[in-house]
Design a protein around this ligand. Sequence first.
Ligand code: DQA
Length: 146
Amino acid sequence: MKILVINGPNLNMLGKRESSLYGVKSLADIEVLIEEKARDLDVDVETFQSNSEGAIIDYLQEAASDAEGIVVNAGALTHYGLSLRDALVDSRLPIVEVHLSNIHARDEFRRQSVVADIAQGQIAGLGWRGYIFALEFLVGTLRQEG
Ligand code: DQA
């Protein structure tokens, strides 16, 4: 079983950007933790980050066909990225939306997510652990662990 873990614009700057909101770990640190969890769960993960909506869409069109689920933090594209939303729908895969910060407790524009209604669920405000919980959830439900 392969799960895609996709990060959008500016998430390559984790560890350097607004650490009070996003934490001190870099994206590479978080990806190591995700890969460790994937090993525990005995699944494959493929991680991808881009600052460009088009590059994420190109990646999804390539990679979705041999994956079984998607964990996505679309960064600010969450709030307006309709092309990304369409590509996520076209993947026909179960999706969990992750945000490091609590997008509901910040600026008004961050409360709106174009991904939320096509996702199984959303994890926001739990920092890097959100990715781990999302992976556990997807693997558990794909394996029909109840
Ligand atoms: C974010 C929240 C977004 O509003 C913001 O644009 C990001 C990060 C988060 O993980 O909390 O880039 O997706």
